[in-house]
Structures are given as structure tokens and as C-alpha cells.
Design a protein around this ligand. Structure first.
Ligand SMILES: [Zn+2]
Length: 179
């Protein structure tokens, strides 16, 4: 294990300190902002490839006030008591955990299961393509399967996937007559 990944390194101490900060651990938005700030502040460890592989490059730029889902089921108590106890051998592992936490705070689950395996949650996402086109889709949390609002597999270019905000979801579904 690299020295900087050890629990008592200056880098990891910053991470573990988040969990004992009452101001951070009392609100989903504050927790999101603190994790994103921790990643940004430590870009000598969270290098570009690490950020891209974990989608953190997109997630750390989102405005928590806009993106954090007020109905998220993520438990701050669990984060405080259990996630804070975990240790990581590699920066990539820590990046994945932070990424899935930020995703769970921001993304809104749909009522569908992934059709590939009939389990796992689908989330509402926007796929923003390099040419500016935006597709409103559902994405499986486990395998990344993408489908449109009518349940058809999406086979186009995914581009960059963003969690859809509750406002975007409401607008989209009402346009389609689904809501
Ligand atoms: Zn799936």
C-alpha cells in the first residue's frame, strides 16, 4: 500500500475527519459538497484518469443545491458509522466509493429494475453528447444498461452521463405524457 493511502497519512486524515464534522454530517448537501471539495483539493492523488474512470470528473462539478435529491435514501448515520471505518489500498478504490456516494446523493431512482437481470436500480440520467444533443434515459446502477422512457434499449452514443434533476425529470415525463 502506498504511504498516502494509510489511515494516518495527511491525505487520508482529511478524508476521515469529514465523518466527525457535525456540520458536514448533518446535511446531504453539505456532505456532497465536502466530499467534492476533498477530491478537488487533492488532485495530486485524484489524477485525471482516476477522476474519469470513476465519473468523479463530472460529479465533483455539480452544484449540490441543484443536484442533491431531497428524497435520497442515503443514510448519513451509516456513512458516519460504517463508511468511515473502511480502509483503501488504492486511490481508485477510494474514488469509486466517493463516486457511488455522490451518485446516490444526486441521482433519482426510477421504478424499473434493470431488464438484463431483473434487479438493480435504474436511475434517471441525461446523456449529453459531444454534438450538444441530450438524451433522457434510465441507467442501471450495476451494469450501465441504458434505456429510453418507453423501455427500449438505447444504443446511441452515451457521451457524458449526468444524473437528471427532479425538475428535468418532471419536465421530460410530463412532455411524454408519462407523468
Ligand atoms: Zn443492469
Amino acid at each position: 500500500m502506498k504511504n498516502y493511502m494509510k489511515r494516518d497519512s495527511r491525505f487520508m486524515q482529511q478524508y476521515y475527519a469529514l465523518f466527525s464534522d457535525e456540520n458536514i454530517m448533518s446535511s446531504h448537501q453539505a456532505y456532497y459538497a465536502a466530499l467534492a471539495a476533498f477530491v478537488k483539493r487533492n488532485n495530486r492523488y485524484f489524477r485525471k484518469e482516476v477522476l474519469q474512470n470513476s465519473r468523479l470528473d463530472m460529479l465533483i462539478e455539480l452544484d449540490p443545491a441543484v443536484y442533491v435529491n431531497p428524497e435520497t435514501t442515503l443514510s448519513l448515520e451509516t456513512e458516519k458509522n460504517i463508511v468511515s471505518q473502511r480502509e483503501y489500498n488504492k486511490i481508485g478504490g477510494l474514488a469509486m466509493i466517493i463516486s457511488s456516494t455522490l451518485w446516490e446523493l444526486a441521482a433519482v431512482p426510477t421504478s424499473n429494475d434493470c431488464p438484463k437481470i431483473n434487479q438493480y436500480t435504474m436511475y434517471y440520467v441525461l446523456a449529453k453528447q459531444p454534438n450538444g444533443k441530450i438524451h433522457f434515459l434510465e441507467e442501471c446502477e450495476q451494469c450501465g444498461y441504458l434505456m429510453d422512457s418507453y423501455g427500449n434499449e438505447y444504443e446511441g452514443l452515451a457521451g457524458i452521463i449526468f444524473p437528471a434533476t427532479r425538475e428535468e425529470i418532471a419536465i421530460h415525463l410530463s412532455k411524454k405524457g408519462i407523468l
